[in-house]
Write a new protein. Structure first.
Length: 468
């Protein structure tokens, strides 16, 4: 067990001129109150982790090879599918949600029956599935619940709803991700796809169809993982550098060659007729690594430190990460496959239920059974990575890495609110417990329900399915 470094302990608006700009009703600015955790805990994993163990392997190379084989199988899995694996109800579940009339658009007005009729016509549900064609993402894009870029917010006046919780946003998808197209919208502008971790509607302009030669070449090569956020991936065209996309932590590309200066890899581009072309790109040594990246605390910390402080992004909204996307991308360079959402990730290893335990009993179990950097902690709708134990205010506390929107609050009248954090942070299991309104609503520790060991006994769990 690691011993981390010891540590010290709708907005009402006044009258205004008619022309003065203001926030729409129900859209609140983040509170200026910061939980003590964010003031006292270094928001830097490299500074938190014990120096002596930074380069000690968390799992053996042999075990990592097994993880990587599973990752490859899942990553390229869509290209081996003969049919859609989602049922009609699972693939088009967003259409059912339109019937309740509860969603609001970008102007915070109800979407209305016209929007519902448009989506039903575009989705052509009766014809699903109509395709089974392998493809690839050629841009960093989004999996949408409906074939539209328009948002669907729930009750913008309610804390924890409205922006950024666009319920038509399912997940982000990085360029280079293998897909299978199972259906098209009526206007042919959107494709319903499946990836290794989730499914949804993607702009047709952000993908390209792969042929057998493309598929065979890409699946035969070793993999290269981008390890620096926002790495420009460019190709030479007529002696000029042509920008393709930004590589993100979690981006995976086929590796052609390695030399002292860097790596030669393949990247996808959308060619004539919507067919995929392989483009040769160069990526510097400091920006990527052949998979798998050695599973050491130092390597995980280098990845996580780049994501700390980044804005929270529900479902990958605006190319940002939510709690489960953070875990998905953090472990990808190590060759560890995780599904997309928090409830599925909680089943991605050996699961221990924490239900029925007191807060102190839960934390004691985490400290005794949790493996730092290889243990996920979950509650309904949220997942976190256990970092290890630290001395906080004179006692041992478990520290977490997680992407979080906010902490629920209840004031003395029981009115609900949020202390908005809105980013990736390091906290204890009780961030904000010193704030009366947070304590009244209950801390993360009180609602935490499970502990998941990603590598029980140092090896992958017996089964890792692509859970739908």
């Amino acid at each position: 067990m690691f011993l981390l470094v010891s540590l010290l302990g709708g907005c009402a608006q006044p009258p205004r001129p008619q022309a003065q700009a203001c926030l729409p009703v129900g859209v609140a600015l983040p509170t200026e109150v910061e939980p003590r955790d964010l003031r006292d805990l270094p928001q830097n994993l490299t500074a938190l982790l014990p120096l002596a163990s930074l380069d000690q392997p968390l799992i053996s190379p042999e075990a990592q090879a097994v993880f990587l084989a599973r990752f490859r199988a899942a990553h390229f899995g869509p290209w081996g599918q003969a049919n859609a694996t989602y049922s009609r109800a699972a693939a088009l579940w967003g259409l059912d949600k339109l019937g309740n009339g509860r969603h609001f658009g970008e102007n915070l007005r109800p979407l209305g029956t016209g929007f519902r009729a448009e989506m039903e016509a575009q989705a052509q549900a009766a014809a699903y599935p109509s395709l089974a064609r392998p493809a690839i993402a050629t841009a960093n894009t989004s999996l949408r619940v409906l074939p539209t870029s328009r948002p669907g917010f729930l009750k913008p006046t309610r804390p924890g709803e409205g922006f950024p919780f666009d319920y038509w946003q399912n997940s982000g998808v990085w360029a280079g991700t293998p897909l299978i197209v199972t259906h098209l919208s009526a206007d042919r502008a959107w494709a319903l796809v499946e990836t290794r971790f989730a499914g949804g509607w993607v702009r047709v302009a952000d993908l390209a169809y792969v042929d057998e030669a493309f598929l065979a070449r890409w699946t035969s090569l070793p993999l290269l993982a981008v390890t620096r956020e926002h790495t420009p991936v460019t190709a030479l065209s007529d002696g000029q550098e042509a920008f393709l996309f930004f590589g993100r932590i979690g981006t995976v590309l086929p590796l052609l060659a390695e030399d002292e200066a860097g790596y030669t890899a393949l990247a996808p581009a959308r060619g004539a007729g919507g067919l995929a072309e392989s483009v040769v790109v160069r990526i510097a040594k400091a920006d990527a690594v052949p998979m798998p990246l050695a599973a050491t605390p130092r390597n995980l910390a280098r990845l996580a430190d780049q994501m700390l402080g980044q804005p929270y992004g529900w479902g990958g909204y605006l190319d940002n990460r939510d709690c489960s996307a953070l875990m998905l991308d953090l472990f990808a360079p190590l060759g560890i496959f995780l599904p997309r959402n928090s409830s599925q990730q909680a089943r991605a290893g050996e699961f221990l239920s924490l239900k029925g335990l007191t807060g102190s009993e839960k934390e004691a179990l985490v400290l005794s059974r949790g493996v730092p950097l290889l243990t996920l902690l979950s509650k309904p709708g949220h997942i976190m990575l256990y970092l290890g134990q630290a001395t906080v205010e004179g006692r041992g506390r478990a520290l977490m890495l997680h992407a979080i929107w906010g902490l629920k609050t209840l004031d003395e009248s029981k009115a609900e609110g949020r202390v908005v954090l809105g980013r990736t942070v390091v906290t204890t299991l009780e961030p904000g417990r010193e704030l009366p309104d947070v304590a009244r609503a209950g801390t993360l520790l009180e609602t935490m329900s499970g502990l998941t060991l990603l590598a029980p006994g140092g090896w992958p769990p017996a089964t890792t399915d692509r859970t739908r």
